[in-house]
Ligand binder design. Structure first.
Ligand SMILES: Nc1ncnc2c1ncn2[C@@H]1O[C@H](COP(=O)(O)OP(=O)(O)OP(=O)(O)O)[C@@H](O)[C@H]1O
Ligand SMILES: [Mg+2]
Length: 283
């Protein structure tokens, strides 16, 4: 993505779209979606940075980043010790990079207590990615998308993600309690919008782990569409064993088995998201 114009000292840099994968419910597909949507967007030509904001570090592991390589992590970025650029690692997927996380992140809330800018640490770090610089390293690429993988909680880390984002993408698992907790999440988004980040919106709801053999899954899809209307993406991610196997090989499912229904669904989701983005820009 380094073109000649962007090498001019102090030239403005393209600003990425920042999307956070958030749902305080655990195990709904946030990390799986961050990894595979990121890969699918990169496969169709976008330049993508995944920011792993979960102390569990599943996005980092799922992209094959072993713990020894995480000498610099998102924890160091949020404490202000390093820049986001310094934490970024390449992955096996061309145009897909990651800022990995470690368990250190779980202590962040206490460490930042009392800091006035504590909710804006990530926003400022992402802004600095694009700051014009005269000594710009030719290898630094400009990202078109930043995807933030949030932990299953509405804590300071998730608030940092919301304050840094243009929009939220909410994975919902097709199971009985799918809608439980959604109103709490929407309330938090509303609070962040009215205080920290007036431009924040809900990009969309992605239904995950759909099982066509299970009537309940179909019922959940109907309920969620009724409740959330057009916010729900057309694309539904099916439950697919290949999707759950891929992380143990440190690979996105698109590299592990491109032809499986899970990979194909994530490719469709990526094009749907790009279409929505175009519609937003045209509006
Ligand atoms: N489409 C799918 N088909 C089959 N298994 C899936 C699918 N999506 C996710 N899984 C599996 O479900 C589990 C939870 O997924 P994931 O880790 O992405 O959720 P999460 O919301 O990030 O969880 P946490 O809240 O703990 O961070 C994982 O074992 C994952 O492999
Ligand atoms: Mg996760």
């Amino acid at each position: 993505m380094t073109d000649e114009a962007s090498l001019v000292p102090n030239a403005p840099r393209p600003v990425p779209r920042v999307l956070a994968l958030a749902n305080q419910k655990g195990g709904v597909g946030k990390t799986t979606t961050a990894i595979n949507l990121g890969t699918a967007l990169a496969a169709i030509g976008e330049t993508v940075l995944i920011v792993d904001l979960d102390p569990q570090g599943n996005a980092s592991t799922g992209l094959g980043i072993d713990r020894r390589s995480r000498r610099v992590s998102t924890y160091d970025v949020l404490t202000g010790d390093v820049s986001l650029r310094q934490a970024i690692l390449e992955t096996a997927v061309p145009r897909l990079h990651i800022a990995p996380s470690t368990m250190d992140l779980s202590g962040l809330e206490l460490e930042l207590a009392g800091e006035r800018d504590r909710a804006y640490r990530l926003r400022d770090a992402i802004r600095a990615l694009n700051a014009p610089s005269s000594d710009r390293n030719r290898n630094e690429i400009d990202y078109t998308y930043v995807l933030i993988d949030c932990p299953p909680s509405l804590n300071l880390i998730t608030v940092n993600a919301m304050a840094a984002s243009n929009a939220i993408l909410v994975p919902l698992q097709c199971e009985f309690f799918a809608l439980e907790g959604l109103s709490q999440l929407l309330k938090t988004v509303e609070q962040v919008r009215s205080t920290l980040n007036p431009q924040l919106s809900i990009h969309g709801i992605v239904l995950t782990m759909f099982d066509a053999r299970n009537n309940l899954s179909t019922q959940v899809v109907e309920d969620v569409r009724q409740f959330m209307g057009e916010k729900v993406y057309e694309t539904i991610i099916p439950r697919n064993v290949r999707v759950s196997e891929a992380p143990s090989y440190g690979k996105p499912v698109l590299l592990y088995d491109l032809k499986c229904v899970g990979s194909q669904a994530y490719l469709r989701l990526a094009s749907e998201i790009i279409q929505r983005e175009r519609a937003l820009r045209a509006a």
